[in-house]
Design a protein around this ligand. Structure first.
Ligand code: HPA
Length: 274
């Protein structure tokens, strides 16, 4: 998607919000919309009204951009994200991240629902991402590079910001969430089907602690833009031998809902620590 489309989307949002300038962008994952209720919302814009924005097709995603204050910090909250499995191009999947960067964000927080591969994890644990493995068939940087967005060969040595990770870890301890806040590697798969038992074993073997169908494209785009990223998975199902059973989407949403208050508290605490 050309830079012009990103600029047009950003210009529309600025016109609707008296040039509101968010400092932090927040992407809310499947079943993880509750943080939005904590935002002192100043402007609410439907994705359907923003030029070039795709409209989310997943029922558990609202499809709204909220601009307002969270814990005294100006935030832009993407309530609903776009997944590769919905049929969007990678450029569409990451458009919101690029638009938020033009609006002025200096950091990106991302949440998602993920299957747990690490046998130490329990349902509804949070996992702070400290690395990822991209198993999606493509990525948002394929194609001609726009140097105004970022470099041709962005470094991924520290995709997840060490300072934000340290703040999140410290916040988890202060909030009494130390035991339920894990840390690990997220593997991104295309979906939309869940994995076979052999695939879960494979993912564990190659070093993943959790698996999901999102996040990595947005993180790649954010790193290309030079944005520090904090990403948190909610472990919604257990995918290691002995624990594996057929996945019921309602159970995933219930596990996400159970973790939401902890996720919200954690993100607010990290914001306040900035
Ligand atoms: N696999 C892939 N994506 C997921 C899973 C899973 O087990 N759980 C939640 N999102």
């Amino acid at each position: 998607m050309p830079l012009q489309a990103i600029q047009e989307a950003a210009a529309y949002i600025q016109a609707q919000s008296q040039n509101f300038r968010p400092a932090t962008g927040i992407i809310l994952g499947t079943g993880l919309g509750a943080l939005a209720r904590e935002v002192d919302v100043q402007y609410e814009i439907s994705y359907a009204d923003i030029p070039h924005f795709p409209v989310s097709t997943v029922e558990s995603h609202a499809g709204r951009l909220l601009l307002g204050q969270l814990n005294g910090q100006p935030v832009a909250v993407l309530q609903g994200r776009f997944h590769y499995y919905e049929g969007y191009t990678m450029a569409q999947v990451v458009l919101p991240v690029r638009v938020l960067k033009l609006l002025g964000i200096g950091q990106l927080f991302v949440s998602n629902a993920a299957g747990g591969l690490n046998p130490d994890f329990s349902i509804s644990d949070l996992m702070l991402l400290d690395d990822h493995i991209n198993l999606l068939p493509t990525n948002p940087l394929i194609g001609p590079n726009d140097n105004q967005l970022g470099p041709r060969f962005p470094d991924m040595y520290a995709a997840y910001d060490a300072g934000l990770l340290a703040k999140a870890r410290a916040a988890a301890e202060v909030l009494g969430q130390g035991r339920t806040t894990q840390r690990g590697v997220y593997a991104a798969v295309p979906g939309p089907m869940l994995e076979t038992p052999a695939e879960y074993r494979y993912l564990r073997t190659i070093g993943a602690d959790a698996v999901g169908m999102s996040t990595v494209p947005e993180v790649i785009a954010a790193r290309h833009l030079g944005l520090p990223v904090l990403a948190v998975s909610v472990i919604t199902d257990l995918c290691y031998p002995g624990q594996l059973k057929p996945v019921v989407i309602a159970d995933i949403l219930a596990a996400a809902a159970a973790a939401e208050p902890r996720l919200t508290a954690l993100m607010k605490a990290v914001l306040a620590a900035v």
